[in-house]
Design a protein around this ligand. Sequence first.
Ligand SMILES: C[C@](O)(CO)[C@H](O)COP(=O)(O)OP(=O)(O)OC[C@H]1O[C@@H](n2ccc(N)nc2=O)[C@H](O)[C@@H]1O
Ligand SMILES: Nc1ncnc2c1ncn2[C@@H]1O[C@H](COP(=O)(O)OP(=O)(O)OP(=O)(O)O)[C@@H](O)[C@H]1O
Length: 283
Amino acid sequence: MMAAEDATAKVNLYLHVIGRRADGYHLLDSLAVFAGAADGLSVLPGQSLSLEVLGPEGGALATEPDNLVLRAARLLADAAGRPLPGAALRLDKRLPVASGIGGGSADAAAALRALDQFWDLGMGAVRLEALATSLGADVPVCVASRPARMGGVGDILSPAPRLPPFGLLLANPRLALATPRVFAGRVGPFSAPATLPAGWTDAAAMAAALRTLRNDLEAPAIALCPPVGEVLSILGALPGALLARMSGSGATCFAVFADGAAAARAAGALPPGWWRWGGHARS
Ligand SMILES: C[C@](O)(CO)[C@H](O)COP(=O)(O)OP(=O)(O)OC[C@H]1O[C@@H](n2ccc(N)nc2=O)[C@H](O)[C@@H]1O
Ligand SMILES: Nc1ncnc2c1ncn2[C@@H]1O[C@H](COP(=O)(O)OP(=O)(O)OP(=O)(O)O)[C@@H](O)[C@H]1O
């Protein structure tokens, strides 16, 4: 018996910071979508619970004392409330770490899904999402890894507007940004939540609406890491780019294209040395 799940990159098409809770966490309004870029997570029978990290971005996690994958596995095992067989987890890490596309969150969600199958727990999406909340604000949306509107601190999910097919280009200048520092650098009044239509019929209409919205973490991210501003200028100037914006707390930025082929072509035009991915957004 084995189980395998993709842990897909999350992109915040807009992100409004609309308030702050007493515990310091920020209240958000965001539209999350998912790209084809992904880490891979597999589970095989093992003596105990173990994790092996491989892949081009795995080195960044070599000194990670508490990988989110193992935290997710322990949480699920506790929730099951009965002794469970060992599981040998293998993470193929391809998404840059601490880069605003929720790689760790996606890994944790993939671990919940894979182990729910492997241990035959039958938890299902609703109970996995409830468990996911305690692993991080971004983990619940990664359980289904489908477009969703994020509210609360990111953990209250509601349906996204009907989205047209569109292409996404992700670009990271290989600079890490710590999420707490970016939130702490945000100044000024809070934003209002966005007013969204029931859906958009094509990518250009979606991008036009998104251009009236923003990522409120862009300014503090650029203050901490000025190259993010250059990434945004380069993405915005690519032929066919309908919108360029930062995702999450950065430093990964994205551009929206009419289709996946245009986004994949544009990936080839980015400066050497940047991490990039271009293709269709998942629907
Ligand atoms: C910015 C986003 O990427 C948007 O999708 C997410 O909200 C971040 O989600 P995440 O990385 O899963 O965040 P967590 O691991 O829960 O929190 C990391 C830190 O970010 C800050 N944080 C996070 C989420 C939130 N709504 N408000 C915050 O102020 C807090 O300082 C927190 O200690
Ligand atoms: N499997 C994992 N993959 C990535 N990071 C992990 C993992 N396990 C633990 N971490 C820790 O979590 C931190 C945040 O990682 P992640 O890649 O999810 O950030 P992010 O892309 O900024 O996420 P978000 O968009 O949710 O803010 C890392 O700096 C690392 O210390």
